[in-house]
Design a binder for this molecule. Structure first.
Ligand code: NAP
Length: 284
C-alpha cells in the first residue's frame, strides 16, 4: 500500500505504545522505516513489545517509562528522547476509560481519566512543541487518537468524552497557532477496534458482547488494527503535509448509523421484506 520507506528518517513517540492500537501503530511505523519510541507506565510491557516488534520488523525501537499525568515525568521523558535525537512526530494515544454511571463516579476516577487523556496529551504536546519552536524546527506533526464521543458525547463514559473533546479542541486550536511555525496537528477518531484494554473495560458480557455491537456498524464488522495503523502512517507522513487540524473518522459508518433517522430507523434495519411490504401503500 505504501512505499516501504514512507517514514524513513522520522522519529516518532507513541504514548501508550506498549499495547493495543498504540502497539499496532508502532509496528506499522517501524515497517515503514521510522525510528519509534514507545512510552507507558508498565516498563515490563514496553520491553516485551519493543523486543517483539524489533524482531518482527527489524526496525529501531526504544522504550521510556512515563506516567503522562505527571508533568515532570513528561519533561524527563522528552529530555531522554531529545538527548539521542529530536522527535519528528508525537502520537497522543495513551488513554484510560471507565464505564460507569456518572453520578456514582468518584472524583478520583474522574481525575484519573482527565489526567491521562486531557492533561497527559496537553503535557506531551506542549513539551514537544516547545522544543521544536525553541529550536526553530519545522515539518513536525502532533497526531492524537480520539473517540467518537469527542464529537458526539457518550453516556456512561463522560470523563473520557470530556477529555477527548478537549484534545480535539487542542488539535484545532494548535493547527492555527502552530501551523505558521511548521507544526501541524491532526487526529484519528476510531470506531470499535478490538483491544484487550478497550474490550475488557467497555464490552462487558452484560452489554451483549461483540455480536450486539456489530449490529450498530453499517459494515457489520469491527475494525482491523492494520486499517487504523495505515491511516495513522499516512496522516503523519509527508504525503499528508497539507492536512492540518482535522480529525478523520474510521468507524465503518457507525457514527452515521445513529444519526439522521435516529433511533427509530435502527430497528428498521432488521426488518424482513414482509414487514416492509406490510407498510407499503396499497394501489387502488
Ligand atoms: P489500551 O491497549 O488499553 O492502551 C492504552 C495504553 O495507554 C496502554 O498501553 C497504557 O499503558 C497506556 N497508558 C494508560 N495510562 C497511562 C499513563 N498515565 N501514562 C502513560 N501511558 C498510559 O487501549 P486501546 O484500545 O489500544 O486504546 C488506544 C487509543 O485508542 C486510546 O486513546 C483510546 O481512547 C483510543 N480508542 C480505542 C478504541 C478501540 O476500540 N480500541 C476506540 C476508540 C478510541 P500502561 O497501562 O502501561 O501505562
Amino acid at each position: 500500500m505504501f512505499l516501504p520507506d514512507l517514514l524513513k528518517g522520522k522519529r516518532i513517540l507513541v504514548t501508550g505504545g506498549g499495547t493495543g492500537l498504540g502497539r499496532s501503530m508502532a509496528e506499522r511505523f517501524l515497517e515503514l522505516g521510522a525510528n519509534v519510541v514507545i512510552c507507558g507506565r508498565r516498563e515490563e510491557v514496553l520491553k516485551e513489545t519493543a523486543e517483539a516488534l524489533g524482531k518482527s520488523t527489524g526496525g529501531e525501537i526504544e522504550t521510556v517509562g512515563c506516567d503522562v499525568r505527571v508533568p515532570d515525568a513528561v519533561e524527563a521523558m522528552m529530555d531522554t528522547i531529545w538527548q539521542k535525537r529530536p522527535l519528528d512526530i508525537l502520537v497522543n494515544n495513551a488513554a484510560g476509560q471507565i464505564l460507569a454511571q456518572t453520578h456514582k463516579m468518584s472524583t478520583r476516577a474522574i481525575d484519573a481519566v482527565l489526567g491521562i487523556v486531557l492533561h497527559g496529551s496537553a503535557y506531551c504536546t506542549v513539551a514537544a512543541g516547545r522544543r521544536w519552536i525553541d529550536a526553530g524546527e519545522r515539518d513536525k506533526v502532533v497526531m492524537s487518537i480520539l473517540t467518537v464521543s469527542s464529537l458526539m458525547g457518550a453516556p456512561f463514559t463522560v470523563p473520557s468524552a470530556m477529555a477527548k473533546a478537549g484534545v480535539l479542541a487542542m488539535t484545532k486550536s494548535l493547527a492555527v497557532e502552530w501551523g505558521p511555525k511548521g507544526i501541524r496537528t491532526c487526529a484519528i477518531v476510531p470506531g470499535p477496534f478490538p483491544t484487550e484494554g478497550a474490550w475488557s473495560r467497555l464490552m462487558p458480557a452484560a452489554r451483549g458482547g461483540n455480536e450486539e455491537m456489530v449490529k450498530t456498524i453499517p459494515l457489520r464488522r469491527v475494525g482491523e488494527h492494520i486499517e487504523l495503523a495505515n491511516l495513522a502512517a499516512y496522516l503523519v507522513s509527508d504525503g499528508a503535509a497539507f492536512i492540518n487540524g482535522d480529525a478523520i473518522v474510521i468507524d465503518g459508518g457507525k457514527m452515521l448509523q445513529s444519526g439522521g433517522g435516529g433511533a427509530s430507523t435502527q430497528t428498521m434495519l432488521d426488518w424482513t421484506d414482509e414487514q416492509w411490504d406490510a407498510i407499503r401503500p396499497k394501489r387502488k
